[in-house]
Design a protein. Structure first.
Length: 209
């Protein structure tokens, strides 16, 4: 079991894009990552703290929430944040909506207001699972009795025949494999300016009410 390590944070984003596409996308973000060329997928793992200021300094949360580029879709992410298993689904197609599944060890599958729910069929379609992998299999994996979030994700990744679980299970920052990619300073600065502007606009709207 993984109960000891599951108290730490774990994260893996899997993309069907090329290594070059993923690397370019990562450089335009704020999170340093390691990029792994896997079996038909490209794996992205956080590799240090976010370069952004609080509250965007937690690399795992920022990576989980960041939309992926069109050429990276479909993509699926598996994360453990504060004992909660988080699955993100980035479907292909025109103007796709990022969808989410959250699993809590005490409550099972839960919904978070404002986050579109990923249904089992959304997960199956995003990963291109073979016909033998039915929506019921995903449904059962997400509702399985598991001692912790990492164990639940291990079952889901295994049933979907996805690569990269050792990267997900590794304690963040302990692996030296994969290609390191650092965010470019100008993109970090652009992110900070955008966040500052949005915060200013929200404050202005609040003052006018």
């Amino acid at each position: 079991m993984h109960s000891a390590s599951s108290r730490r944070s774990h994260g893996l984003l899997l993309s069907r894009g090329s290594v070059a596409t993923v690397t370019s996308w990562a450089r335009r973000g704020v999170v340093p990552v390691r990029v792994h060329d896997l079996d038909g997928w490209v794996g992205i793992v956080p590799d240090g703290p976010s370069a952004a200021a609080p509250p965007y300094d937690e690399s795992l949360r920022v990576l989980a929430a960041r939309p992926v580029a069109a050429r990276m879709r479909p993509a699926v992410g598996c994360f453990v944040v504060d004992r909660v298993a988080v699955v993100t689904v980035h479907p292909s197609g025109w103007r796709p909506v990022q969808r989410w599944v959250l699993w809590h060890p005490d409550r099972g599958v839960a919904r978070l207001p404002g986050l579109p729910l990923a249904r089992p069929r959304d997960v199956v379609r995003a990963v291109g699972a073979p016909a033998r992998t039915t929506e019921r299999v995903v449904h059962e994996a997400l509702r399985a009795e598991a001692p912790d979030a990492l164990t639940l994700l291990e079952g889901l990744v295994g049933r979907l025949d996805l690569p990269g679980f050792p990267l997900l299970a590794a304690v963040r920052g302990t692996t030296s494999s994969g290609d390191p990619v650092e965010p470019r300073e100008r993109h970090v600065q652009q992110f900070e300016r955008t966040v500052h502007h949005e915060a200013f606009m929200r404050a202005e709207l609040e003052d006018r009410r």
